[in-house]
Design a protein around this ligand. Structure first.
Ligand SMILES: [Zn+2]
Length: 215
């Protein structure tokens, strides 16, 4: 495929599932910025030590270091046929940096933006209940338990996470829209944006993403 796939999507859209499916299907790694930062901070290299002290002091890792981390990770052999990025780029400036990196690696960047209408997302997120005993996940709208408030599998009590309430979810969705708008605009203008509707079955969404990527 020789592509760099940047995945974005609001909470509850199923981005993680789709990223995993893509990684399996194309045999390419899924690279999460948070994970590689934590991993690299464990090594006693110059970059590792730098990261360690930044993270220990609670500061944000700056663009220059991030770019260097991404470059180091993506020049490893498992990235030669492409890779999926999660958590990077977050700004048009980072997107321009990625563009240069991509040219150097002879790859093309595509932004896969997964979306679901806000109302449906609210239902997915606020309807979520999980079993306090076995962790099974239910949804009051899409997958209700047979007996209200009780787990079908183990009889445990279902709980509603505090941050799944309507107000918190709505704030998270608005924050997501504000953060990603400039990125969507950047990729839209350069013809690298693939807008995919996430409001269907997982395998249908996946088929859509694949056919958009292969065009
Ligand atoms: Zn249970």
């Amino acid at each position: 495929m020789e592509k760099i796939v940047v995945m974005i999507g609001p909470p509850g859209v199923g981005k993680g599932t789709q990223a995993r499916l893509l990684a399996e299907h194309y045999h390419i790694p899924q690279i999460s910025t948070g994970d590689i930062l934590r991993e690299m901070a464990r090594f006693e290299t110059k970059l590792g030590l730098q990261l360690k002290s930044i993270m220990a002091s609670g500061q944000l890792v700056n663009d220059e270091i991030l770019a260097s981390v991404i470059q180091t990770r993506t020049t490893q052999p498992d990235c030669s046929s492409g890779y999926i990025l999660d958590g990077y780029p977050r700004t048009p400036s980072q997107a321009r940096t990625l563009e240069k990196l991509a040219r150097g690696q002879s790859k093309e960047v595509r932004l896969v933006s997964l979306s679901v209408p806000r109302e449906a997302l609210m239902k997915r997120l606020t309807g979520r209940r999980s079993c306090s005993k076995c962790g099974e996940i239910y949804n009051l709208y899409f997958r209700p338990p047979q007996k209200e408030g009780i787990c079908d599998l183990c009889g445990g009590v279902l709980i509603h996470r505090v941050d799944d309430n309507e107000e918190t979810v709505s704030t998270r969705l608005t924050a997501y829209e504000q953060q990603t708008a400039p990125l969507i605009e950047y990729y839209g203008e350069s013809g690298r944006l693939l807008s995919i509707s996430g409001e269907r079955a997982v395998d249908e969404v996946f088929a859509d993403i694949c056919s958009a990527l292969e065009q």
